[in-house]
Design a protein around this ligand. Structure first.
Ligand code: KPL
Length: 295
């Protein structure tokens, strides 16, 4: 498959790097990371040990036709991604982003089926031209409204052949809410406490993470999606364990002084239900962003 990965941050680099083992991949991202990949290739370390040589560019190329665009930008950059990809002849697009509503934004702009996806691989970018896989999770993808499609099956087969733990799912709306519960539990808590994901398996932050996940499950049920408190809390524990060595994406954002995805994660939950834990986590991360002039 010809695959365009839009957003070569930590997760996009890991996904693009692993896909490049079996597919023709173009990574779209920022310098100096992209310049280093264009010059010397991309090293994927940690749970993998591979060097691949995908095309690497800082803007969507003129000839951007692809079988698949994988969107991995931060939730607040989805609109910009949709604009950048709007004129590309694509057979399919797949969002592997945190937060809710990304697929709908992409579908408004793109003239191809847009699949929903979740990815629980831990990814850490430690320097230009390298990405470390700090935990092997799972890629789950499928039609964004649920059900089955031949496009989802073909994209699932492409991830599978590149060695990803892959599930093609018919219940993506529920899966997206479950992933939101994982991010609501892990991301802000690890960012505020400056801890790795594994510290939430059994530590002083575990109850706060579980409470944020339970509130997310309630918001899901109020939106008509059947996600139990137990399933949401179990998903947080499972992902914290599988990605124990990972610095969550929000922790990386705070560490590096960047705007976070707080609005699309804990803020999204707090806007939808009575969610004191998510409201507090969102307020604290927003206070940090405001202090840094990031909002
Ligand atoms: O999605 C993630 C993130 O950090 O944004 C997890 C799966 C929690 C891995 O850290």
């Amino acid at each position: 498959m010809d695959v365009l990965v839009f957003g070569a941050g930590s997760l996009g680099s890991l996904v693009g790097g692993l896909l490049a083992r079996d597919h023709s991949v173009t990574l779209v991202g920022r310098d100096p990371h992209i310049g280093a990949i264009a010059a010397d290739g991309l090293a994927v370390t940690g749970a993998f040990d591979v060097r691949v040589t995908p095309d690497a560019v800082t803007a969507v190329p003129e000839d951007c036709a692809a079988d698949l665009a994988v969107v991995t930008v931060k939730a607040h950059d989805t609109e910009a991604a949709a604009v950048a990809l709007a004129d590309c002849p694509l057979d399919a697009a797949l969002s592997l982003q945190n937060g809710m509503g990304n697929e709908a934004l992409l579908a408004e702009a793109l003239d191809c089926p847009v699949l929903a996806g979740t990815c629980t691989y831990g990814a850490l970018r430690d320097g230009p031209g390298t990405v470390t896989c700090t935990g092997v999770g799972e890629v789950v993808l499928g039609p964004r409204e649920g059900g089955t499609s031949t496009t989802a099956d073909a994209v699932g087969a492409a991830f599978d052949s590149a060695g990803f733990e892959t599930t093609v799912a018919a219940d993506m709306p529920r899966r997206l809410w479950e992933k939101l519960a994982v991010n609501a539990g892990i991301n802000a808590t690890t960012a505020l406490a400056r801890i790795e994901n594994g510290a939430l398996v059994d530590g002083p932050g575990t109850d706060a993470a579980a409470a944020a996940a339970r509130e997310t499950a309630r918001a899901a049920r109020e939106a008509g999606v059947d996600l139990t408190d137990e399933a949401a809390v179990a998903a947080v524990e499972r992902v914290a364990r599988a990605t124990a060595a990972n610095t969550s994406s929000m922790h990386q954002d705070v560490r590096d002084g960047r705007r976070t995805e707080i609005d699309a994660i804990n803020g999204y939950v707090a806007d939808r239900t009575d969610a004191p834990v998510n409201r507090t986590l969102a307020a604290l991360v927003r206070a940090w962003e405001a202090g840094r002039g990031l909002r």
